[in-house]
Ligand binder design. Structure first.
Ligand code: UT7
Length: 330
């Protein structure tokens, strides 16, 4: 839907765990090779959180950077919207814990479980809060500890995922030269079996059987996910551009979800955007799900590829299936 309220992204922050896992590290525990991982995915290393490193603490570090950049204090936050599928606890939401860590008692906390597009879904929720007059300033986070839901004995998934947190500040604005131009969301819930954690939820609570079957971990049909991701992301890009009244030629930078270099290249090709206008950092972080776009945005800004006034197209796809895209005048 076209962005009705004037809403701008005014701050950005990132936190990743210090521990880096290289492909060589994985070669020691899995029947895999650096060559296979690099050629099939583009991934060279990823960050995995230490057991005592909480998602909420990563979120708080990223959030403080974003608030500093936006010139916003914790008491000015009206809401905290966190896209995640790896909350610290099943109860309560991790955004409640972030609210406490930041000292923002007035901020309404809400976790959004939309898998990889969790940050884009959260942008849309925050925009809705702002459009409804419920909030002026919102902390929007995408953060995951995917290492905790990955089966480290399954070579087809253990090589893919990483941990991290990205934070953004969204604020109501009157400015027209810096704002979100469009956000589109989509989903196909008939395809949940292609990427799913079968056990450990309320349908199949944790039990010796769940642990025996290792069904508390992600199960993925990689090829099917790959094909669906490219089609859905390219379509979402076209829709988001059309809603913004722009074309692919107006895009200064495409920042796609960082799942696999081959998915990124195929999506860019289908959208008609050459790779010199595409942000890639899957090599350094692997797939961090809802954190991947804000982490890539942070690097794009640091490298001067995203400047005030740039037209940013961002897009994601994940379990559900869910997808989303946004066009933002930076
Ligand atoms: O964030 C959204 C969610 N996820 C994704 O976007 C991931 C989407 N899918 C993918 O990125 C790719 O499908 C994968 C990277 C997961 C797999 O690449 P692929 O080219 O689709 O490989 P494949 O699953 O078709 O497997 C090809 C072969 C198989 O061996 P056989 O049956 O041909 O003998 C696999 O057993 O590669 C084998 N294989 C591996 N070999 C070495 C699978 N994983 C590995 C591995 N190392 N880590």
């Amino acid at each position: 839907m076209n962005s009705p309220a004037g809403v701008a992204l005014t701050g950005l922050g990132v936190a990743v765990p210090t521990k880096v896992i290289t492909n060589a590290d994985l070669e020691r525990t899995l029947d895999t090779s650096n060559d296979w991982i690099v050629s099939r995915t583009g991934i060279r290393e990823r960050h995995w959180a230490a057991p005592d490193e909480s998602l909420a603490s990563l979120c708080a570090v990223a959030a403080r950077q974003a608030m500093d950049q936006a010139g916003v204090t914790a008491t000015e936050l009206d809401a905290i919207i966190l896209g995640t599928v790896t909350p610290d606890h099943r109860l309560p939401s991790t955004s409640c814990e972030v609210q406490a860590l930041l000292g923002a008692p007035q901020a309404i906390p809400l976790d959004v479980a939309a898998a990889c597009p969790g940050w884009i879904y959260s942008l849309a929720v925050a925009e809705g809060f702002i459009a409804a007059g419920r909030a002026k300033t919102v902390l929007v986070l995408g953060a995951e500890k995917l290492s905790t839901i990955t089966d480290m004995e399954d070579r087809s998934t253990a090589i893919l995922f990483g941990d991290g947190a990205g934070a953004t500040i969204m604020q109501r604005t009157e400015r027209t030269d810096r704002r979100i131009l469009s956000i589109v969301l989509g989903a196909d819930g008939t395809l949940i079996d292609l990427l799913l954690i079968p056990g450990g939820g309320s349908l199949h609570p944790m039990s010796p059987e769940v642990i025996e079957e290792r069904s508390q971990f992600m199960k993925m049909k990689g090829r099917e996910v790959f094909k669906a991701a490219v089609v859905a992301m390219a379509n979402a890009c076209s829709e988001a551009l059309a809603e913004a009244g722009l074309t692919k030629d107006d895009v200064d930078l495409l920042v796609p979800h960082q799942a696999n270099i081959r998915i990124i290249e195929a999506t860019a090709k289908r959208t008609g955007i050459s790779m010199d206008r595409v942000m890639v950092n899957v090599d350094r972080f692997g797939n961090t799900s809802s954190a991947s776009i804000p982490i890539a945005l942070d690097q794009a800004v640091a490298e001067g590829r995203l400047r005030p006034g740039s037209v940013l197209l961002t897009v994601s796809f994940g379990a559900g299936f869910t997808w989303g895209a946004a066009v933002i005048r930076w």
